[in-house]
Design a protein around this ligand. Structure first.
Ligand code: EPU
Length: 356
């Protein structure tokens, strides 16, 4: 007999429950309309193996869906959607660190808040980043001076062809700015080839706060607290983010829509001559990172819209869904922004989210 928890448009075969014609609107933080022809919920590592061994699904293209927070859906998804829902959060204490182990389906913020509640500091600068734990290494999430790569110990991944699991140490993940081997399609890239099922994070002892970021320095000056504990930093980061970034539960969005572009020292000097106020940060290799939000803002985009897609009023780097936006409208708006920034500054902005 079928379990009553399974909705009617499902099929159970070879231990795999396949849901058909699934509405993806609730599963992407932009709230864009699209349908998955077939969707399988991955609740344990073995579920991936079951999909790989499945007579029909095994060879079909797969699309891995985490929290859908870095995704622009412009059409229905034909590939088999693997919706990552592997739970679990545990902490192991070692002499020199704590290891936080989390299932790929855990909400990233729950992992940050949960580890802090278990007495482990070290992830607080990454509070309130939307998405799941399994998606965090894919684009090497980062905020307020800390990136995922600074905390990653290793990840468990399952090969989507063989169903075999391997544990990859951080060193082989080819992390870059919002980039990793899991996003790369070229030589050795793992995009579309494997799925992350578990992530282990290393929080070093003794804990050292990361406070070298303008927004945090402002909080320290305002409150007079010069030696905050991890919970204090966590609370500050939550306040800072809530003040300038829209809550995806209320206003659909995918975080920063473009990466901050990196230019040569010469290019940077040239732009400063024309726009002395441009926000720029020196990089260790002599290049400069420019604030994409500033560039878009300078072109007058705040509050502008295409259909239901708009540029957020408080942060020009974030595109939002004002209501019934469609993926195509988001893409049209993004292209118009790219053209205008290129026209004025000669800089090509690269989108951060995956466009499907
Ligand atoms: N700015 C403007 N106008 C705007 C937006 C920004 O002038 O409309 C200026 C700000 O005043 C500031 C500078 O641009 O001087 C940078 O802005 P902010 O500090 O808000 O950071 P960001 O560069 O826009 C990056 C990450 C965020 C991360 C923050 C904090 C990228 C693409 N974005 O944003 O990450 O939270 O720094 O570390 O690297 C994300 O990737 O989705 C994300 C939200």
């Amino acid at each position: 007999m079928q379990s009553p928890a399974i909705p009617p448009s499902t099929e159970r075969r070879e231990g795999v429950v396949i849901e058909t014609d699934v509405n993806l609107k609730p599963y992407n933080t932009f709230g864009l309309p699209a349908t998955a022809r077939r969707l399988v919920r991955i609740r344990e590592e073995l579920d991936v193996r079951r999909v790989v061994d499945h007579p029909e699904l095994g060879r079909a293209p797969k699309f891995v869906l985490g929290g859908g927070s870095n995704l622009v859906l412009t059409r229905d998804v034909d590939a088999v959607v693997l919706k990552m829902e592997i739970p679990g959060l545990r902490v192991e204490e070692r002499d020199d660190c704590w290891i936080v182990e989390a299932g790929a389906g855990v909400a990233w913020h729950e992992a940050v808040a949960g580890s802090l509640a278990l007495g482990v500091p070290g992830l607080e600068n990454l509070a309130l980043i939307p998405g799941t734990v399994g998606a965090a290494p894919v684009q090497n999430i980062g905020a307020y001076g800390v990136e995922l790569k600074d905390r990653l110990e290793n990840v468990d991944v399952v090969d989507l062809t063989t169903g075999r699991r391997v544990t990859l140490p951080a060193e082989v993940c080819r992390f870059g700015y919002r980039d990793s081997v899991f996003k790369q399609t070229g030589y050795g890239g793992l995009a579309g080839k494997s799925v992350i099922t578990k992530v282990r994070l290393r929080c070093p002892k003794p804990w050292q706060p990361q406070l070298g970021y303008l927004d945090i320095e402002r909080k320290m000056a305002e409150t007079g607290i010069s030696a905050p504990d991890a919970k204090q930093v966590f609370d500050w980061i939550c306040e800072i983010r809530r003040a300038k970034l829209p809550d995806p539960a209320r206003i659909g969005n995918a975080g920063s829509f473009f990466k901050n572009p990196v230019v040569s020292a010469e290019q940077c000097r040239d732009i400063i001559t024309r726009d002395p106020h441009i926000v720029h940060y020196p990089m260790p290799d002599g290049s400069f990172k420019l604030a994409a939000g500033w560039l878009i803002d300078a072109c007058g985009w705040k509050g502008k819209s295409v259909g239901g897609a708009a540029v957020y009023e408080k942060q020009a780097l974030v595109l939002v869904n004002r209501g019934e936006a469609r993926g195509a409208e988001v893409v049209t708006l993004a292209r118009a922004i790219q053209e205008s920034v290129y026209g004025r500054f000669g800089i090509r902005l690269e989108p951060e989210p995956v466009v499907v």
